[in-house]
Design a binder for this molecule. Structure first.
Ligand SMILES: C[S@@+](CC[C@H](N)C(=O)[O-])C[C@H]1O[C@@H](n2cnc3c(N)ncnc32)[C@H](O)[C@@H]1O
Length: 245
């Protein structure tokens, strides 16, 4: 990263009250280089400039730390991680988290695995697969303390994919753009259906850019009925209490 990129990183994290150590800044620099290098051959992300990668991937991912829902020694699965967001920035900033970045696209997970190795993040164990399949697998159902998610689907879909993976008392932390009342209401009904309850819906602005964001937190309050998640693709095609757009 250039000195300007590093400064942008420090400023963005500073706005979230995070002061990164030198090693963490170096790790973000490595991640930036690896992403640019691999993106030249494999389509991983539409964001190309250093400024965009720092603000819209690194800082945007770090916004999942708002509200302290990811503090402590937690097992966390990042559903639909893509090129590792928010999982990789969270792993750099919170080494105590045991992270499972999950995506159905192998080339993306290959990148996340290589990046985790290069950045020396052994607590990151990426998996190729679909959330619907893991949600029905006894080794994964009800096993995680947290599900994190960014830019994957509408709230009712996220809730159906995430809640089966959580232990009782676990939380879904969903970083989204601005969310409308209708989506929130459908998300609330979907959460009740699959065993949870929305405990926070907080609008905020992306540091330095001011783009509208919201952090939605759903707590698992009782076991998910056996009928959820529905089979692969159905949650997104026929979202609970919501018309697919
Ligand atoms: C728009 S990308 C977002 C990637 C990343 N979270 C980010 O914010 O940059 C959505 C990703 O979710 C993955 N995805 C969507 N539905 C999924 C599912 N049911 N199980 C696993 N991965 C899924 C897609 O393959 C894609 O890589």
């Amino acid at each position: 990263m250039t000195p300007e990129g590093e400064q942008l990183l420090r400023d963005g994290l500073g706005a979230l009250s995070i002061v990164p150590g030198e090693h963490q800044v170096q790790q973000f620099g490595q991640l930036h280089s690896l992403l640019v290098e691999r993106n030249a051959h494999v389509n991983l992300t539409a964001l190309k400039t250093e400024r965009d990668i720092v603000l819209k991937h690194f800082i945007d991912s770090a916004c999942c730390l708002r509200g302290a829902h990811l503090d402590g020694d937690l097992t966390v699965i990042d559903v639909g991680t893509g090129a590792g967001f928010p999982a990789l920035p969270l792993a750099v900033l919170r080494p105590a988290l045991q992270l499972t970045p999950l995506d159905s696209i192998r080339k993306k997970i290959d990148f996340v695995r290589d990046a985790a190795t290069q950045l020396a993040l052994p607590q990151v164990q990426p998996v190729v697969g679909r959330a619907e399949t893991l949600g029905r697998d006894p080794n994964n159902r009800g096993r995680y303390d947290r599900v994190v998610v960014r830019a994957v689907a509408a709230l009712p879909v996220l809730v159906e994919l995430a809640l089966p993976l959580l232990r009782s008392g676990g939380r879904l932390v969903a970083q989204k753009g601005a969310i409308g009342e209708e989506e929130l209401a459908a998300g609330r009904r979907a959460a009740a259906e699959v065993g949870g309850e929305i405990i926070a819906a907080e609008p905020f602005e992306l540091p330095l850019l001011g783009d509208a964001r919201s952090l939605i937190v759903v707590e698992k309050t009782r076991p998910t009925p056996r009928t959820y998640p529905r089979r692969e693709g159905v949650p997104a095609r026929q979202p609970l209490f919501w018309t697919a757009k």
